[in-house]
Write a protein that binds this ligand. Structure first.
Ligand SMILES: Nc1ncnc2c1ncn2[C@@H]1O[C@H](COP(=O)(O)OP(=O)(O)OP(=O)(O)O)[C@@H](O)[C@H]1O
Ligand SMILES: [Mg+2]
Length: 372
């Protein structure tokens, strides 16, 4: 039997991208609506494993389908240097080469219809640096009826904050001058909120914001069923419903459960309810180590104390109960409540109540309370 089509690892595109059609279509629309369109700057936020990087990949695919050039980057130290000294010069090289001699360069993509263009990129150290380069490049792309998409993952990273600010300023200029440029960034909600409030970039603040939510049950079932069927196996509706329900629509769990269910007996034609039951158990162990634990490790002692008293409840927790259990007043608990919301660990459910955002966090904290 074929190997598992599922992709339970971060940043890797799933076999079926479910439930994001509307967002992808909106970005595609923005590319089609001409320079300066607000939606040409998109900011994806959402919890760990919700599918932000996948949305950047999808945005890039949409741009390439339209013959756009793509530079995909991550906000790590040296960001600006990499763009001005590597990505853009590589793009310029590709533009000069005829379509047939083109090689693939990581992070840089050129559509098939381009190439063989007589184009000189200003040097990285020329006055104006990135801005001068971007102007020259977009002038050339515009002449060819195309444009440039820049994607930036982990935009919230503190280690590249100055570079991100500078990059955004340059892209903002390009938008103002109605150049054929689009920009898509992704980051964790907490950290992005910090970034925006620190006045790093008005441009980012005005970008169209997409808060990525868990998949609906229908989308989660699609994400599980299509890869199974496409790869020559079957899954009954009871097994499918059970698998999808266990994921709570959390994309990373969809891939984990799908992968585990596939592997239970890869030689049988059908994935059964029994396979799914074992797969869910195995997936919960993995998601603890891969998602819950790192998320909790990022928190302060007090944040964790808040989380630990929440797990005394079966579902949502009343803030009044948290105050009582911690023996702290309302002001104190409110502060930590806000911090945990910004960090994407909990969310308000109704007035005076909060619950966990990542599925199975409660179970994980209960099982590991003593060592957390
Ligand atoms: N729409 C989707 N349908 C099905 N699976 C998805 C979807 N989006 C993401 N996934 C899967 O979920 C997992 C996490 O996706 P991704 O790496 O994009 O998350 P992320 O939000 O960037 O996480 P992080 O915050 O850790 O960077 C991957 O295994 C990916 O294949
Ligand atoms: Mg990511």
């Amino acid at each position: 039997m074929t190997r598992s089509p599922f992709r339970p690892s971060f940043g890797t595109n799933p076999p079926t991208v479910a439930g994001r059609d509307a967002v992808v279509a909106e970005f595609a629309d923005a590319l089609d609506s001409g320079p300066g369109a607000r939606g040409r700057a998109a900011l994806f936020t959402g919890n760990r494993g919700i599918g932000k990087t996948v949305m950047l990949n999808e945005s890039e695919a949409v741009a390439r389908e339209r013959g756009w050039v793509v530079v995909s980057e991550t906000a790590t130290p040296g960001l600006l240097d990499r763009i001005t000294r590597e990505s853009l010069p590589e793009l310029a090289d590709l533009l000069r080469q005829g379509p047939r001699e083109q090689r693939r360069v990581s992070g840089v993509h050129l559509p098939a219809n381009l190439g063989g263009v007589d184009f000189e990129l200003p040097a990285a150290e020329s006055p104006g640096g990135l801005r001068t380069q971007l102007n020259a490049l977009t002038d050339e792309l515009e002449r060819n009826g195309t444009g440039l998409l820049l994607t930036l993952d982990e935009v919230h990273s503190r280690r590249a904050r100055d570079d991100v600010a500078q990059l955004c300023a340059v892209v903002q200029h390009a938008f103002r001058e109605e150049r054929p440029v689009a920009f898509a960034a992704a980051g964790l909600p907490a950290a992005v909120q910090d970034l925006l409030s620190e006045d790093v970039s008005t441009f980012l603040r005005r970008a169209r914001r997409y808060v990525l939510e868990p998949l609906t049950p229908v989308a989660a079932e699609e994400a599980l069923r299509v890869p199974v069927v496409d790869n020559g196996r079957r899954i009954g509706s009871a097994a499918l419903t059970r698998a999808a329900a266990a994921t709570y629509g959390y994309p990373f769990l969809v891939q984990l459960v799908g992968d585990q269910a596939w592997r239970q007996d890869a030689s049988s034609e059908e994935i059964t309810e029994d396979h799914v039951a074992v797969a869910v158990e195995a997936s919960l162990r993995e998601v603890g180590a891969l998602v819950h634990e790192p998320a909790l490790n990022d928190l302060s002692e007090t944040d964790r104390a808040f989380v630990k008293v929440m797990v005394e409840d079966e579902g949502e927790s009343a803030i009044a109960d948290v105050e009582r259990r911690l023996g702290r007043d309302h002001g104190y608990v409110s502060r930590y409540r806000s911090r945990l919301i910004v960090a994407g660990i909990i969310e308000p459910t109704r007035r005076g109540y909060v619950d966990f955002t990542i599925p199975y966090m409660r179970e994980f904290v209960r099982a590991n309370r003593d060592r957390l």
